[in-house]
Design a protein around this ligand. Sequence first.
Ligand code: LLP
Length: 425
Amino acid sequence: MHHFTYRQNQLFCEELPVAAIAAQHGTPLYLYSRRTYRENFQRIDQAFAPWPHQICFALKANSNPQILRDFAELGCGADVVSVGELQLALQAGIPPQRIVFAGVGKRDDEIIAGIEAGIRGFNVESEAELAVINELAGRRKKIAPVSLRLNPDIDIHGHPYISTGRAADKFGIELNRAHALFAEIRDSRHVRMVGLHAHLGSQITDLWPFPKIGEVLANLAQAARAAGNHLDYIDVGGGLGAIYERAMKIAADTEPAPDLALPPAEIANTLLPALTRDLPKDCTVIFEPGRALVAGCGILITQVLYTKITRGKFFAVVDAGMTDLIRPSLYNAYHQIVPVIQRPGEWQSGDVVGPICESGDFLAKDRELPPMQRGDLLAVMTAGAYGFSLSSNYNARPRPAEVIVDGATMLLSRPRQKLETLWAT
Ligand code: LLP
């Protein structure tokens, strides 16, 4: 559930009116509901309770330090893909034993940082990377924990940019190389096999891929163990989708509304039996959601700068653009846009566009839009995942501020980037 509601035509985040927060902190502004992301973690964590498990938050979705600290406190681990994310996770208090390190292009210094930190495992994406980890660990007289990220060649039919588990995608190792590598790792001196990993892609809204990946990984686990490897974990990846369309029923939403595309319990109930049929209980199941934990908890608040009609077409020019939220421009992704304060009047079709000097800079295209005027505030819904984390300084625009609401209190978690920092080195 997300905790954005309307009370007497005013958008609230938990117990606070969004307009008042924007008045204090300015726009564009990312606003997060703490209750939403904490409840999402607890819901997913409880769903996996039937088996020893670890939820590892994919930091790439949102690495706000306060959100990370909250997840750390709740017992969440981390899926990291760079030394930067590794540092953030450790700094937030996530113990190294709850951290897995993925990514097709790990640099030597990043591998060394992971080894030194004592992470739970590297999710290795190629044979070449395996050799490098073995060598780097050897030079330090250490044994690095490795897990193989296998490419299961399953097509989830999502947007091609966010589908990662097809044979043609750059991620992971081909399934038919797995057996040879199980033997190679067993016989290597400076790597120890600790697990298996697969990740199908993002924004999964059907249940079927989860038992399917469970089945594939169960067979591989059997083979890995038969080859003499002990498995500490099986990492089933992330991918659980969020609700983007009709995230809010305007005016009618006085109660918290659902924000996950599938109930986590249904995922666990179909995935775990397939995956764990022959697995010993000391093998932890890792699930590494990013979007599902944070998408619904966040909105981007933006102010209408100008409205105009060009050749009969209505444009709302707002102060947030692709530098703040790139998903519409990059994936043609849909984000619902709602008024922060509803005003009476006619709805009309049009585009919501940003101030960036690119025609691809839009937040909504050909959308039925509520009545609005210069100065009005709009909320771009479901922006907590891959929003701020994908923001940029293009057009020399500072990154937006991030505020977290907890009940009736708010915390300025990350101030708006200062203009001076744009030329600081
Ligand atoms: N694990 C691995 C290895 C991943 O590559 C990803 C996401 C996740 C977990 C988390 O996936 P999630 O649960 O969030 O679906 N920027 C895109 C999404 C890119 C996802 C990349 N990998 C977007 O805004 O839709």
